[in-house]
Ligand binder design. Structure first.
Ligand code: BG6
Length: 492
């Protein structure tokens, strides 16, 4: 953290406490974006997304520029010293900074950024390892940058266990009040994820059947084709449970399972989500083996190319037993969901990049026809955003041959004239606006860890190596067995 704070602090302090943006990578340079281009913000994102790793940086640039144009605030983004991304000043010359308007002719922050009210709105985004949160917050405080309206944005995972999360929340809470702490989970910034709330709470259609009496099971899959890329040192200490399931997948589960909030505001929405997390049935003892599957990818093929096994990736121990895949059968002990399994799975180096939520309804009470499949609602978050409902229909011709057909809503086509915001862009602007509805509250994070911790402990105490699966597949066989035992199947 010394390196980090040394790199960050001078920039922050240079402006006498004024806001500074420290951008996380050189993505924009590679993307060839012109800073003075007035159409910068309206450009399609496709071009930027080609830069993969720099997506976040691009979003941050959009946020920063937008904020600058509207005079609403600017971000500082402190990155891991050893990570792929690092502070702006490492990449930008004074001339470039000047050309972008971040520095004035004398190499100082422009005077109009130094007004007290602007200082007050400084937001610092810590996309660092969680053990750096505490020292950075303390340094921000001692540098006078944790003032009355300063905000701090913490990247997930918040800690690596309940105890460490409690410690972080405690120490950050000593510097910033909860209302100015933004725990980011970028899945909540995705359009389709928010659409889930619109689907449930703005349509009369689904809510009456959104419960145990009508729903057989829920599947949430977040599959990636990427491996660990250059994040090995972080990932090998985290694994799929801490990196994805404890946060992204549990947040999706909350949005599927929560009761309708009284209002669409930060406290009402988060009150409902936390109730879901608290109602998760603990997975302890033998249940850990029965209801969870850990996997690790071996060598295989992705998109026709050979890829190496996890334990040969950069910065990974050759005998690492970190999971790159996890599947869990979760249950929610409350009136609405009693007896409905929520199957969660996520993994790296899987067959395709796909994030989706599938609600499988119960069969009709009495089947008249020879073939019947149950209705399924498929909410796709990635790669394309869509919602489709599988219904049974009669195939044309003689007799009553039934076939499943899909009622499809492609959200990209439905809103084709509107630029789709990058999740981080949306969320970081919410920070500037002071809206924490789509951020995790302290008790949510702690409730999520309270459920995850016993699983991690169970894996540790009944040690079993993660099940191998070849890269480019759907994960280990045991993950199929987990769901098939109950007569269901993962959607292919
Ligand atoms: C991040 C995880 O939070 O989410 C990464 O740390 C993962 O490991 C990424 O690759 C996935 O995000 P998305 O938006 O590409 O689904």
């Amino acid at each position: 953290h010394v390196v980090l704070t040394r790199a960050l602090m001078p920039l922050l302090v240079a402006g006498g406490g004024a806001r500074v943006v420290s951008v996380s990578s050189i993505g924009h340079l590679r993307a060839g974006i012109q800073w003075d281009d007035p159409n910068y913000l309206t450009r399609p994102y496709d071009r930027w997304e080609a830069y993969g790793q720099s997506k976040t940086a691009c979003a941050l640039f959009a946020v920063a520029l937008n904020a600058r144009q509207s005079g609403r605030g600017v971000f500082a983004n402190a990155m891991n010293p050893g990570g792929s991304m690092t502070g702006l000043q490492r990449y930008m010359s004074q001339d470039e900074l000047r050309a972008m308007g971040w520095l004035d002719a004398d190499g100082k922050l422009p005077a109009h950024w130094r007004t007290p009210e602007q200082c007050a709105a400084t937001s610092v985004w810590l996309a660092t390892a969680p053990d750096l949160f505490e020292p950075i917050a303390a340094n921000l405080e001692s540098a006078g940058l944790a003032g009355d309206d300063a905000r701090i944005v913490l990247e997930k995972p918040i800690g690596h266990s309940l105890d460490s999360a409690l410690e972080i929340n405690e120490s950050i809470g000593a510097v910033f009040p909860e209302s100015r702490i933004y725990r980011i989970d970028h899945y909540l910034g995705k359009e389709t994820v928010q659409n889930l709330m619109a689907l449930r709470f703005a349509n009369a259609l689904f809510e009456p059947i959104w419960r145990a009496g009508h729903i057989d099971n829920v599947q949430i899959t977040v599959a990636e084709t990427l491996g660990v890329e250059n994040r090995g040192s972080y990932y090998d200490n985290a694994g799929a449970m801490r990196d994805m399931l404890q946060n992204h997948l549990l947040q999706l589960l909350c949005l599927v399972a929560m009761e309708a909030p009284v209002r669409f505001d930060a406290e009402s929405v988060r009150n409902e989500k936390v109730k879901v997390l608290e109602a998760l049935k603990p997975i302890t003892g033998n249940d850990v083996q029965d209801k969870t599957v850990r996997g690790q990818y071996g060598a295989g093929q992705i998109g026709g190319h050979d890829v190496q096994a996890y334990y040969f990736e950069k910065n990974i121990d050759n005998d690492s037993d970190t999971e790159t895949f996890v599947a869990v059968k979760a249950e929610i002990d409350n009136w609405r969901w009693a007896g409905v399994p929520f199957y969660l799975r996520t993994g790296k180096r899987m067959a395709s990049k796909r994030s989706e939520i599938i609600i499988t309804f119960k069969p009709v009470p009495h089947m008249l026809f020879s073939k019947g499949e149950t209705n399924r609602l498929v909410i796709r978050l990635q790669p394309e955003e869509s919602i489709s409902l599988q219904l049974m229909a009669k195939a044309p011709g003689k007799g009553m041959q039934l076939e499943p057909v899909e009622l499809d809503l492609n959200l990209v086509h439905a809103f084709s004239s509107t630029r789709r915001w990058e999740a981080y862009e949306r969320l970081l602007l919410d920070v500037i606006e002071g809206d924490s509805t789509l951020f995790m509250r302290r008790d949510e994070v702690e409730a999520a860890w309270r459920w995850v911790d016993p699983i991690l402990r169970g894996w540790h105490s009944h040690y079993r190596k993660p099940r191998p699966y070849p890269a480019g597949t759907d994960g280990p066989e045991q993950a199929h067995q987990l769901i098939e035992r109950q007569g269901s199947r993962w959607r292919q």
